[in-house]
Design a protein around this ligand. Structure first.
Ligand code: ADP
Length: 399
């Protein structure tokens, strides 16, 4: 069975095709700058051990044209991986916001689409793009089952003490202002891998997703009980371009004393802050080079970044009332040896001790990097949100 996973952004689209049940990735690709003259597709497929890359540029005015071009590549006679759109049994869509309505993967019906529409105001940058791609995929693959997998779903198990804000009751009851949390598909995937590795279904885990966006989750027995992002993806950790936690008084101050508009402040906190704001780049690899060259701003940025993660480790150890493992994942978490070292420094009191040598030895797949005397396992688990979506689609009854 072929399951096509689609992860749409406002001007980009990532896709991956899996052959189930053996979970074999057949091909993967990325469409970027949709709607611009220099839009391009980069498609990669595997034949045995050989990797074949196809690139196409231009002629991609919208998501519809983009997905059609992807289909043309998938079904190219002789070199394609399918022979017709009907070879795709399921299209799994990553949908960012499922509100309180969706806690599980969901077969897309007109009513589900309508609900996703009502959630546009909660995720104005993401849900409209996800919705567009659902409509496009329905037309492109008319006989496939369309399934939505929500980024917020995994966190729907949080108790009210974790998800409620101390605002007047009506703000929750009428406007649904609460913590939703994101990166749920990634937190779920890596914590399940950790539970299997630990052979402990009731493990107490802290999942640390450090990519462009960054978040943490406290997970007890496979259930998310707290997470660092909030109503939107701005709260919590310092990220590539987002500030993470700040006192909302800063917003009022900037509005009152500098006359900044809501749009300017949104751009400031979402797009100009975080590592980018502190150093001028949001790419941790460049920041790392600058740290090695003794750049003071880059060093400060890494200190702030690691310190914030350490504070959340402390908080989540408390709310979990114990800890079996912390898990590093995503671009920075999987690859940046030094940030893992800074984060794990002086956490002996919590039983977290890093083996410096193991931390520096990169091997593929899950690896444990704690020292022999560490009470808590320290795991590096490569995330795979696309595979997690494919698995959730495959497990849906009737698929
Ligand atoms: P996204 O949230 O876009 O999925 P990723 O998980 O791909 O992000 O992470 C992107 C981040 O990972 C970038 O900031 C990049 O600098 C960082 N990154 C990737 N490789 C490395 C590396 N080898 N060392 C440090 N950081 C890395």
């Amino acid at each position: 069975m072929n399951i096509l996973v689609i992860n749409a952004g406002s001007s980009s689209l990532k896709y991956q095709l899996f052959r189930m049940p053996d979970e074999k990735p057949v091909c993967t690709g990325l469409v970027e700058r949709i709607g611009q003259a220099d839009a391009f597709i980069r498609h990669k497929q595997w034949e045995g051990d050989a990797e074949k890359v196809t690139e196409r540029t231009g002629g991609l005015p919208d998501h519809y044209a983009s997905l059609h071009e992807v289909l043309a590549i998938l079904a190219t006679p002789g070199t394609g991986v399918i022979s017709s759109p009907d070879d795709i049994a399921v299209v799994g869509h990553r949908v960012v916001h499922g509100g309180e309505q969706f806690a599980d993967p969901t077969i897309i019906t007109p009513a589900v689409k309508e609900t996703i529409r009502t959630l546009f105001s909660l995720a104005p940058l993401h849900n409209p793009a996800n919705y567009t791609c659902i409509e496009v995929a329905e037309k492109t693959f008319p006989h496939a089952r369309q399934v939505a997998v929500f980024d917020t779903a995994f966190h729907q198990t949080m108790p009210p003490q974790a998800y409620r804000y101390a605002l007047p009751e009506s703000y929750y009851r009428e406007k649904r202002i609460r913590v939703y949390g994101f990166h749920g598909t990634s937190h779920k995937y890596v914590t399940q891998k950790a539970m299997v590795w630990l052979q402990k279904p009731d493990a107490k885990l802290i999942s640390i997703h450090l990519g462009n966006g960054c978040s943490m989750a406290a997970v007890d027995s496979g259930r998310s009980i707290d997470t660092s992002m909030g109503f939107g993806p701005l709260a919590g950790l310092i990220m590539g371009t987002r500030s993470g936690d700040i006192d909302p008084s800063v917003v009022f101050h900037l509005m009152e004393s500098e006359g900044k508009t809501e749009a300017e402040i949104s751009a400031l906190l979402n797009k100009q802050s975080g590592l980018l704001g502190l150093t001028g780049t949001n790419d941790m690899r460049d920041i790392r080079k600058a740290v090695r060259a003794s750049d003071a701003q880059a060093t400060l940025a890494c200190d702030l970044y690691a310190y914030r993660v350490r504070k959340y480790i402390g908080a989540y150890t408390a709310v979990l009332n114990g800890l079996d493992a912390i898990i590093f994942t995503a671009g920075v978490g999987e690859n940046d040896v030094d940030i893992r070292e800074s984060i794990c420094q002086d956490l002996d009191y919590l039983g977290i001790r890093l083996d410096l040598e193991k931390n520096r030895t990169a091997t593929p797949g899950l690896r444990a990097i704690q020292s022999a005397d560490s009470r808590v396992a320290i795991l590096v688990v490569p995330t795979n949100e696309e595979l997690e979506i494919a698995q959730q689609c495959y497990r849906l009854p009737g698929t």
